[in-house]
Design a protein around this ligand. Structure first.
Ligand code: AMP
Length: 463
């Protein structure tokens, strides 16, 4: 009965397609229209929502929970669900018949949001809980890297019970001490001496980063220049995205404490074609192949933070199982291809041969942070100048922002905005980004004045 109805519909469609080819094309087009859910509330998620909403195939974008920036975008609605409330996210996606969910932050990935969605027959772009351990546990990822001969710093992992201060004192300083679990980018301490490293490890065991510090990695300090290498992965194939570099330190000249990231730019000239080839062949491809062989194939954005040594060796500092923040903002500002179609191709395992079309211009994103960041941040300050910024070239992505009762945009987190400029050189992209910054202000606003300086110096050097 059902089969004859389907056959009848198909016959009617084919007949009308012969008579009205244009409307047939249009109806296929409508069938492939999609509703998208983005999980998260930061600058990365605003940039993803903004990009996805530009797809001609997308009817509506929902962001859970989003921020004031996503709230004000056309065709985009915030949904008041926390990123780690997986049952509520699934119920919403089913009720709204969401066709594609894209996960921004690592938290929901590490607790298995994509596994839960997949089990319910919903398409969710991101790695499984198992594959996300690459970010969720530094001890696991170091052991994985070592086992597969992927370049990384020499290390040892300790639990509270088997910690060996004498071993640490025998290593050459400086040393890097890392909490095993997720610590919002703050669980890494660079130690100038062995004694500092012992103290840092003991602090972690004492609960400085909660349960994330139950296991601690102590590793050799690596010299070189850092780059972010981000790709889309479909289980077997690796589609590299445009290169980028971020600035993790709070102060100009890469000084002061580590933060979630004070700015980023794309492309990163440090990733020359030869370095690109080495990262693909020595890091990305072996990682994805090993995960597939071990029965935990990786689907999603895969981010390798690498330290490029003087001889060009790309040593892995860390893996992230998601797009970077703030790298997403400049990278998607340059992306011309349809991100929805790329995510769908990855979920179908068909990224082989896919290519991404990039705006050849450079993009620079400057993060504007709240007073007190990265320690205690002041919330609720009114942000002025957003309307003026909207009249200028470039784009201001929101991160920690909210609308107050009067509908004004106020600060609501540490990293508040990311102003992205584009230009034919990193220098001109930087200029455009800072022109946006100049018209924005609130009480306590702070930012770095040198985002992209390494690339600008390289440009000046190469003439
Ligand atoms: P991670 O979260 O592991 O990427 O570490 C945060 C930051 O600490 C990195 O972006 C580096 O700037 C720095 N870092 C981490 N590991 C090392 C290392 N072995 N040598 C030098 N710097 C490191």
């Amino acid at each position: 009965m059902v089969r004859t109805r389907v056959a009848g519909l198909l016959q009617a469609f084919l007949l009308s397609a012969i008579r009205y080819p244009l409307s047939a094309v249009r109806s296929i087009y409508w069938v492939t229209r999609v509703k998208v859910l983005i999980i998260g509330s930061g600058g990365r998620e605003h940039a993803l929502a903004w990009k996805v909403a530009q797809s001609p195939r997308v009817t509506h974008v929902f962001v859970a929970p989003g921020n004031a920036g996503t709230r004000l975008e056309p065709n985009t609605t915030n949904v008041d669900i926390a990123p780690e409330d997986v049952p509520a996210l699934l119920a919403f996606a089913q009720q709204e018949r969401i066709d594609l969910t894209i996960v921004g932050p690592e938290g929901p990935l590490v607790i298995g949001v994509c596994d839960t969605f997949a089990a319910a027959g919903m398409r969710c772009f991101g790695p499984s809980r198992h594959a996300a351990r690459l970010e969720g546990s530094k001890a696991y990822s170091k052991e994985f890297l070592q086992r597969h001969g992927i370049p990384t710093a020499a290390y040892a992992a300790f639990s509270r019970d088997d910690f060996d201060p004498d071993w640490v004192r025998q290593q050459r300083a400086p040393l890097v001490v890392k909490a095993d679990g997720l610590a919002a980018g703050k669980g890494v301490v660079i130690c100038a001496t062995q004694d500092e490293a012992v103290t840092a490890a003991q602090d972690m065991f004492a609960g400085r980063f909660g349960r994330a510090g139950d296991t601690v990695v102590v590793e050799a300090f690596l010299e070189g220049e850092e780059a972010s290498f981000i790709a889309m992965v479909d289980g077997t194939h690796v589609l590299p995205l445009a290169t980028s570099q971020d600035h993790k330190r709070l102060g100009d000249g890469d000084t002061g404490p580590n933060t979630g990231g004070m700015g980023a730019y794309s492309p990163a000239p440090v990733v020359t074609p030869e370095i690109h080839r080495r990262i693909m062949h020595e890091v990305m491809l072996p990682t994805v192949a090993a995960l597939a062989r071990e029965g935990t194939p990786y689907v999603g954005f895969l981010y390798a933070g690498v330290m490029i040594a003087a001889d060009g060796t790309p040593n892995v500092l860390e893996f992230n199982c998601r797009f970077g923040d703030p790298e997403t903002q400049p990278i998607v500002s340059r992306m011309r291809s349809d991100l929805v179609t790329l995510c769908e191709a990855a979920l179908d395992g068909s990224l082989a041969g896919a290519e991404v079309d990039w705006d050849p211009r450079a993009a620079v994103g400057v993060v504007l942070a709240a007073g007190g960041y990265p320690d205690s941040v002041r919330k609720g300050a009114e942000i002025r100048g957003l309307e003026a910024a909207a009249q200028l070239p470039g784009k201001v992505f929101h991160a920690g922002t909210a609308l107050d009762a009067a509908g004004k945009v106020v600060t609501n987190g540490g990293r508040v905005l990311c102003a992205v400029g584009l230009g034919t050189s990193v220098r001109s992209a930087q200029r455009q980004a800072y022109e946006l910054v100049e018209v924005i202000r609130w009480d306590g606003m702070k930012y770095r004045r040198d985002i992209g300086y390494r690339a600008v110096a390289r440009e000046a050097h190469s003439g």
